[in-house]
Write a protein that binds this ligand. Sequence first.
Ligand SMILES: CC(C)(COP(=O)(O)OP(=O)(O)OC[C@H]1O[C@@H](n2cnc3c(N)ncnc32)[C@H](O)[C@@H]1OP(=O)(O)O)[C@@H](O)C(=O)NCCC(=O)NCCS
Length: 308
Amino acid sequence: MNVKELLKDHPAWLEHLESRDGIDLALPADLPSALLRLAVPHEDVNAVVAARPEPGGPLWWLAERCVHSLVSTMGSLDGPPPFPALPGLGPYFYVYVYLATLPHTRRYHRELGIPEEVSWATFADLGRNMAVHRKRHGTGGLHAPHWFMLHARGLLYELGRLQFNRGRFGGTGVAGVPAERGDMALDVHVPDFRGPLSPEACDASFEQARRFFPRHFPQEDYRVVTCMSWLLDEQLAGYLPADSNIVAFQRRFHPLDRFEGGDMLSFVFGAAAADPARLPRRTRLERAVADHLAAGGTWYGRLGWLSF
Ligand SMILES: CC(C)(COP(=O)(O)OP(=O)(O)OC[C@H]1O[C@@H](n2cnc3c(N)ncnc32)[C@H](O)[C@@H]1OP(=O)(O)O)[C@@H](O)C(=O)NCCC(=O)NCCS
């Protein structure tokens, strides 16, 4: 395998990686136990173990530099270019990159006094995103490999039902928002495979976040939480019942820009989203999404904000 050939369509990334040394890849001696601790689905464990990169091989070279890229930007809001999803690297390449990075992330968490259970709840998103890959494609792999960069670099934390990541507010002069472009802001995310989005669970997460960030990042001043999601498309409220968790979640946010996309079909239907003409209609949300599209409607993603 020629890694440079494989990366030829990503010149900025290749240049970034070539500009740095590698970090020795220290992979766990007991790989299966380490994978299970990261919530890697059981049906993926053997295949991940079998895909272990060869020391000294081309993937090893690349993995060492990916790890260095993550470790050298630990905690920083200005990150490296996102890891591209390249089929030529095999379905589990980035799992190894993250396995080798997490001891560094744990050290960073420990220095900040972050409790172990928060670290491990956060890291379990690695396995969850392998389950998401299977839900969407029916095969093993890691969904959106760049996503876990946020976790590995100490930017994202799972606090109960919700995830929060340290970032910057992108709007300018938005009426009512107590932040300007470039001010610190938290982004909130709703992970899949974690049960209902009940208002009580969300309240508890926000409460936890209000204690967590001042305690562990005392030099950072957060006044705003933003969310960018299909869950905030207000058209949903016209279909879902008043006691819907999604509708209650929407009501927490002041709406800002609307955007096309948002990945709603994949989040809701997984692999079945590939055939929009035959979407299943098992739940009220599935019926709402499918009926709206069948009637010629469009779903959007929406950015929302709330005071923190
Ligand atoms: C966010 C989430 C937990 C909300 O689920 P919830 O708490 O059940 O939400 P509601 O109470 O509003 O559900 C209303 C109806 O929609 C259904 N529903 C909700 N989310 C669904 C989903 N992802 N797929 C299929 N049906 C869903 C519910 O089962 C319920 O229907 P029913 O009464 O017929 O059973 C769920 O959609 C989910 O796990 N999504 C994946 C993660 C995601 O999309 N995150 C946002 C990324 S930007």
